[in-house]
Design a protein around this ligand. Structure first.
Ligand code: PBG
Length: 324
């Protein structure tokens, strides 16, 4: 009889044989920045996550860095919205000011900026809207402008999440023309029109007022071929890393992307995935830490080099304790 259990009997043996081991340095912490001062406001649907004004952000991010996290992904909640989303590229925008402050006061930390218009437009879409439709090509210049202003403010990595065609190329061209060669692009290459973004949209005030995002985000019913096409295009256009989002419901896609690409692959455990675990834990249905651990391990095992998760700092702290 074959006895696979022989290798599972002792904890030490299990530890020796572990293949997928999450490291704190492979986790990225999303952070929400708001206008104003003195603000640290918990986000009800994302327990453990808060809105911070720039003055409060630095201490919060220092605590994240102290936990062993090496990178944050910044999301802005602007004070004003307009049809084009002009606060996205304002040199004194929330994300720009956050980058400047963190560059100065958290040296060594990698600053990543979400690059999209939806939180900045008064209609809540990720692109320019003309006659009720998204104008893909008119959006590219605005995204490029936003990338440039984030780069100038100190972002190391810009992360376009809009899903317009051609945006990675437009951003790379704009960055290069401004001699921002060293700023990397982490593209949300494979991003589905997902129901799991609910808590996030509430936190970033970025739900579309009319319609939905299915004309630009991907259909969950499509498969690997469309995903690989998006990845190929983004890499050809200059993406330094590619992302799959959401993570856990799309592990098949994550694995396919990992096998097909030569750049690092990032997975985003999105707000709904996190909130779902949180809600089940609060209802007493499952163990929060164990469920987070298992989910992140599965995402890593499926092929993610890096994982964006709201639980990044929390899990990093737990790993430090476990190591003793
Ligand atoms: C902006 C953006 C979204 C998320 C990240 N960037 C929302 C969306 O596309 O609708 C979702 C992140 C999450 O749910 O945690 N376009």
């Amino acid at each position: 009889m074959e006895r696979p259990r022989r290798l599972r009997l002792q904890p030490v043996m299990r530890q020796m044989l572990a293949e997928a081991q999450i490291r704190p340095s492979a986790l990225i912490q999303p952070v929400f920045v708001v206008e104003g001062t003195g603000i640290e406001a918990p986000i009800p649907r994302l327990p453990g996550v808060s809105h911070y004004s720039v003055d409060r952000l630095v201490d919060a991010v220092r605590a994240v860095a102290d936990a062993g996290i090496r990178a944050v992904l910044l999301f802005g909640v602007p004070g004003r919205k307009d049809a084009q989303g002009s606060a996205a590229w304002a040199s004194d925008g929330v994300v720009q000011r956050a980058c400047a402050a963190l560059r100065e006061r958290c040296p060594g930390l990698i600053l990543m900026t979400d690059l999209c218009l939806c939180a900045y437009t008064d209609h809540g879409h990720c692109g320019v809207v003309r006659s009720g439709c998204i104008d893909n090509d008119a959006t590219l210049a605005l995204l490029a402008e936003t990338a440039l202003s984030q780069a100038k403010a100190g972002a190391h990595v810009v992360a376009p999440s809009d899903m317009m065609d051609g945006r990675v190329g437009a951003i790379r061209t704009a960055l290069d023309a401004a001699a921002q060669h060293d700023v990397a692009i982490m593209s949300y290459a494979v991003k589905y029109a997902s129901a799991f973004y609910g808590p996030f949209r509430e936190a970033q005030h970025s739900s579309p007022h009319e319609g939905d995002r299915r004309s630009y985000q991907m259909d969950p019913a499509r498969g690997e071929r469309e995903a690989l096409r998006e990845v190929r295009l983004d890499i050809e256009e200059g993406a330094d890393m590619v992302m799959v989002k959401p993570a856990l419901p799309y592990l098949d896609i994550l694995r396919a992307v990992r096998e097909a690409s030569q750049v690092p692959v990032v997975a985003y455990q999105v707000s709904g995935e996190y909130a779902m675990i949180e809600a089940a834990a609060q209802a007493g249905s499952l163990d929060r830490t164990a469920a987070l651990w298992e989910s992140l391990t599965a995402i890593h095992r499926a092929g993610a080099d890096l994982i964006i998760t709201y639980a990044a700092a929390e899990m990093a702290r737990k790993m430090a304790v476990d190591k003793g």
